[in-house]
Design a protein around this ligand. Structure first.
Ligand SMILES: *Cc1c(COP(=O)(O)O)cnc(C)c1O
Length: 382
């Protein structure tokens, strides 16, 4: 029987401990495993290669994404590093024009040094994606909604283009999680997550995931996971399983709060621009509605020129100024100097990441309290 995602969040990939009946998967805090004789192990040899707690969360994330194979990593960037290691010198990637700053950094300052290059394209424009593809291009790398401008890419359409040209489609699904969007079902080949964000959900664990359907691709990724070694620790694997159990109820509240806050901001008179694919005025609204079960809970906005954004950050009391997103608490950040500082100023400006841009990760606090805090902080920042 195929379970709904609400049930898979609790039981997917694992259902407690066979041996004792413990309802939670034990934390196998071990680096190695006893072998009964030469070449005779019990399925486990060394915890970089495989660990039962990690295997449980890997199976769980695969179930949630409706994929066959899951891999867990020590961070989102360790996951991205491993995926980028599929490519070799001379290969090129077509990449969304607003992506997580750390993804840009590893492409620009690490993989470029090994001869793997990238082209930045507005992937919400399918003609631009198609035009960017040539022989050297081996993959299209998309975030949707993208970070920090929440630009929506039509995943099924870009997947058709990628398939036509025999290129891989890689989707970073961090902002929506499989609760709201399942890119493999729309034709993506590789799904990436920073589990640090909504999946963990409590701002207490750094982790990353990769999910694929193709067996050959999975084998190569498992090989690279073991060869490169950025694996998720047993304790952190347990924390991710624990966090994911409440993903559905948290996301429902995150999204409801974000929708209300985005609508309030738009008519508040305090801002010159709101980016949120749940607003009818947003250019991504229709595609978002078609391909996802909700618009997520990330909002970006530009304060009206009469307000000083530096003062605004200082004036906040409930909402916390911090890197990261996706935790139960509302976090606000300044992309130009924080999450996207690794992107050169000219590229930042050209894609719309202006100095006045503010990114809000809407938490699950009382929504009226969040709105009241934003209001008082803005009003006191003239
Ligand atoms: C945070 C983030 C990453 C990187 O993940 P870490 O867990 O911080 O290494 C990648 N992509 C997106 C969209 C992110 O928000």
């Amino acid at each position: 029987m195929a379970y709904s995602i609400d049930s898979l969040l609790i039981h997917g990939g694992q259902d407690g401990d066979e041996t004792t009946g413990a309802v939670n998967v034990p934390i196998y805090q071990t680096s190695t495993y006893k072998q009964d004789g030469l070449g005779e192990n019990r399925g486990w040899e060394y915890s970089r290669t495989g660990n039962p707690t990690r295997a449980a969360v890997e199976k769980l994330i695969a179930d949630l994404e409706q994929g066959q194979y899951g891999l867990a990593f020590a961070s989102g960037l360790a996951a991205i590093n491993t995926v980028l290691s599929l490519f070799k010198s001379g290969d090129k990637l077509v990449v969304s024009d607003n992506i997580y700053g750390g993804t840009f950094r590893i492409l620009d300052n690490v993989f470029k040094n090994f001869g793997i290059t990238y082209k930045i394209v507005n992937t919400s424009d399918q003609a631009a994606v198609e035009a960017a593809i040539d022989d050297e291009v081996k993959a299209v790398y998309v975030e949707s909604p993208a970070n920090p401008l929440l630009t929506v890419t039509d995943i099924a359409s870009v997947s058709e283009i990628a398939k036509k040209h025999k290129k891989l489609l890689i989707v970073d699904n961090t902002f929506l999680t499989p609760y709201l969007q399942r890119p493999l079902t729309m034709g993506a080949d590789i799904v990436i997550h920073s589990g640090t964000k909504y999946l963990g959900g409590h701002s207490d664990t750094i982790s990353g995931f990769v999910v694929v359907n193709d067996k050959a691709l999975a084998d190569r990724l498992y090989y690279l996971q073991n060869a490169i070694g950025g694996v998720l620790a047993p304790w952190d694997s347990f924390l991710m399983i624990r966090g994911i159990k409440t993903l559905g109820v948290r996301m429902d509240r995150h999204v409801a709060n974000a929708q209300k806050i985005a609508e309030w901001l738009e008519q508040s008179g305090y801002v010159s621009k709101v980016y949120y694919p749940g607003l009818k005025s947003d250019p991504g609204y229709e595609v978002q509605k078609k391909q996802a079960d909700g618009p997520g809970a990330m909002i970006s906005f530009v304060l009206d020129a009469k307000y000083d954004y530096q003062k605004f950050f200082k004036n906040l009391k409930l909402v916390t100024l911090a890197e990261s997103l996706g935790g139960v608490e509302s976090l606000v950040c300044h992309p130009a100097s924080m999450t996207h500082a690794a992107i050169p100023a000219d590229i930042r400006k050209s894609v719309g990441i202006v100095d006045e841009l503010i990114r809000l990760s809407v938490g699950i606090e009382g929504v009226d309290d969040i709105i009241a805090d934003l209001k008082q902080a803005i009003e006191a920042s003239v």
